[in-house]
Design a protein around this ligand. Structure first.
Ligand code: ATP
Ligand code: VIB
Length: 274
């Protein structure tokens, strides 16, 4: 089974050379490091009411700059959704600046995030999907039905790397088709993390690098799931690693949650000069 590497370099101020990043902004308060994610992304989308958040919150995150200048600079490439949440003035502002508006109000069976991920998938049909990473800002910590809907998008597009990000943590799927190596960025991530089986029990999982490692352990809802786990302390200058083996192809996909260090994120963001 192939090894898949994960590393949240998009949380650091230096631009990572790869992979290609797309950003989707959802309809929740922008995390304070939103300008950094925006800088790293080659394509920026707002899911319906997410456009209100960019319009309202970006100037608040950059209080020393003129609000109109900030709005002009942080112009989404695409606004897509069923358009029942975006304000008229916001729609008109971005439309007049050349943002592509895609109204899919006819589709009331998929979420606005789903619609945006489908757009990104089709945007670069020739791009090797292992080189694409979709960052989703504002995906967690809000309404529970929306949160679960956002997690369901990870499962529906399980061959695409999608990372759901909130102010406090980020989560991504560890597909059962691969072994996984997770590089922790100790200035912004950890030490807490969780491994959560999703969809069905995870028959047998093995990890190294955690305080409570799993050794061919079954995880399932109603049984053991790995919450409040800790990445084993390594020197802060050294990148920590978790190795995660999923040897049983019948087992569930597993969600990895990494807790984000608030202060360090703020520090990264303050140093960001866009
Ligand atoms: N409170 C929330 N928590 C988590 N995600 C959210 C929340 N609100 C919105 N989202 C995400 O942002 C996207 C766009 O939000 P928006 O409010 O425009 O959606 P919506 O479909 O109009 O929601 P609804 O009609 O259920 O209020 C949603 O598809 C969802 O992925
Ligand atoms: C069984 C079922 N439950 C809920 C909805 C409603 N719904 C799901 S996604 C969506 C679009 C939100 O922008 C809406 C309204 C549905 N269609 N089918």
């Amino acid at each position: 089974m192939e090894l898949m590497s994960h590393s949240s370099t998009f949380l650091l101020p230096t631009i990572p050379p790869s992979p290609t990043c797309a950003l989707v902004v959802l309809n929740q308060s922008l995390p304070r490091f939103a300008p950094l994610l925006w800088k790293h992304a080659q394509l920026r989308l707002c899911a319906d009411g997410g456009a209100n958040r960019v319009y309202d919150d970006m100037p608040l995150l950059l209080p020393h700059e003129n609000a109109f200048d900030v709005r002009k600079r942080y112009k989404p490439d695409v606004i897509k959704g069923d358009m029942d949440s975006i304000r008229k003035e916001v729609l008109e502002f971005y439309a007049s600046m050349g943002t592509k508006i895609i109204d899919e109000s006819d589709d009331q069976d998929t979420t606005d995030l789903h619609k945006c991920v489908a757009y990104i998938r089709d945007w670069a049909p020739d791009l090797d999907k292992s080189n694409l990473c979709i960052l989703v800002a504002g995906a967690l910590g809000g309404r529970f039905d929306h949160e679960i809907g956002n997690i369901n998008v990870l499962c529906r597009f399980s061959t695409i790397r999608i990372i759901l990000i909130s102010e406090d943590c980020l989560i991504h799927l560890l597909p059962r088709t691969h072994h996984h190596e997770i590089h922790i960025q100790p200035t912004v991530e950890g030490p807490h993390c969780g491994l959560i089986p999703i969809g069905m029990p995870s028959g047998s999982t093995t990890t190294t690098g955690l305080q409570w490692d799993l050794a061919e352990t079954e995880m399932k809802f109603g049984g053991l799931i790995s919450t409040s786990n800790i990445v084993k302390g390594e020197k802060i200058t050294k990148r920590s690693r978790i190795i995660f083996f999923s040897p049983n192809s019948e087992q569930a996909k597993v969600l990895l949650e990494m807790v984000l260090l608030q202060m360090a994120i703020a520090h990264v963001n303050y140093r960001d000069d866009h």
